[in-house]
Design a protein around this ligand. Structure first.
Ligand code: SF4
Length: 379
């Protein structure tokens, strides 16, 4: 079992909060796609023969790719990684959805749409500099269903500093009324190399207070639970049988190959990434070389990464599995911290598994940090 992630590094315009790798210079689409086809061929052994059963097009904006480019990539996927796929997801922005594009994607074998809606409110979409409007956001799922799609995810952002919670409540109500089956919601973060980051530095933008954002997160948890959605990862909610297979596999440490500029990969032991530059990606592959950079992590870094990632999921951190792989007993080494967090109602310990309580989910990062190991713990 393995995943294939394909990063499409192009967007129509830059959203004010976004620090993903993308370029608005669409002239490189064709050479980048050619290079991706080549990269797949050159890296076909990276997964050591594990069958690829999920494919995920992320970005950037995969939905702006011309049909021929998508066909070229998926043709290569079928040649290099043959076999049945359990899930083929395309991240799509509402402004790219129309009966023609949807029917092309369907005919190419894409069976799940992850819709970059972010908000249904015109003023927030404008504030984010999104390319779509509220009407397009509201119609996206309906259009997808009319084209025969059954699996959807909606992406939303909360924590916009609007002064009150009314717009977020409206967004959530609107999203759940569409019954998407899957919903991902992320707090707005201000990253330094973005327009919001720049404005914040100049005092033109004031991010929301932590407490304000936390209230919106609590509201999100409550509303999703009432609507029958399971919070299977801190930022991801789904109907019981509609969790994202590809993304869940990241959190279960299933290997994946990342293709394209800035894409990350994991072979089961080590991680690595392609540097985030479209021209260099094309140049390097044209020279018959791989742009891939291996990330050498210390043992405690690998363990801490796993602690953080698994604590965020509903299945939690399996300390028995950590013990098998690293010969260490986390429950013993961090016994005092775990007991304290448990007494505070932040963490739930059952047998060898640790999960966060609803209260704990508000402070996931700092709770994980309390049980992180340092090099002395491994001596
Ligand atoms: S949020 Fe999505 S559409 Fe907007 S710039 Fe980032 S990658 Fe592109």
């Amino acid at each position: 079992m393995a995943g294939l992630y394909i990063h499409i590094p192009f967007c129509k315009q830059a959203c004010h909060y976004c620090d993903f790798h993308f370029s608005t210079n669409l002239q490189l689409i064709s050479p980048v796609v050619e290079s991706m086809v080549l990269e797949m061929e050159l890296r076909k052994d990276y997964l050591k023969g594990e069958p690829v059963d999920t494919v995920y097009f992320g970005g950037g904006t995969p939905s702006l790719l011309p049909a021929a480019a998508l066909e070229q990539i998926l043709g290569q996927v079928a040649r290099v990684f043959p076999g049945k796929k359990l899930e083929v997801t395309l991240e799509a922005n509402p402004d790219d959805l129309n009966p023609d594009s949807l029917s092309t994607w369907k005919s190419l074998g894409i069976d799940r749409l992850s819709l970059g809606i972010q908000s249904f409110q015109e003023e927030i979409l404008t504030a984010y500099n999104r390319a779509h409007n509220a009407k397009q956001a509201k119609q996206a799922i309906e259009l997808g269903r009319a084209a025969g799609f059954e699996k959807f995810s909606i992406d939303l952002i909360y924590g916009y500093p609007h002064g009150n919670h009314a717009l977020w409540k409206k967004d959530l109500k609107e999203a759940l009324s569409l019954d998407p089956g899957h919903l991902s919601a992320y707090a707005l973060t201000v990253e330094p190399k973005t327009t919001f980051g720049n404005w914040t530095k100049k005092g033109k933008f004031i991010p929301a207070e932590e407490e304000f954002v936390a209230q919106q997160f609590e509201w999100l948890q409550e509303q999703c639970e009432q609507a029958g959605y399971l919070q299977y990862e801190i930022s991801n909610f789904s109907r019981p049988d509609q969790g994202a297979i590809h993304n869940s596999n990241y959190w279960k440490r299933v290997p994946y190959l990342g293709i394209g500029p800035s894409a990350h990969s994991f072979d089961g032991h080590a991680r690595g990434h392609n540097p985030p530059s479209n021209p260099n990606y094309v140049k390097t592959l044209a020279a018959g070389k791989l742009p891939f950079v291996v990330e050498l992590l210390e043992k405690e870094e690998l363990i801490n990464e796993e602690i953080l990632t698994s604590l965020r999921t509903s299945w939690g951190l399996n300390t028995a599995s950590l013990a098998d792989r690293y010969q260490l007993d986390l429950l013993q080494i961090k016994g005092a911290s775990i007991a304290k967090l448990s007494a505070l109602g932040m963490i739930h310990a059952e047998g060898k598994t640790l999960t966060l309580t609803r209260k704990g989910k508000l402070l996931a990062d700092s709770i994980a940090a309390e049980i992180f190991l340092d090099s002395h713990d491994l001596l």
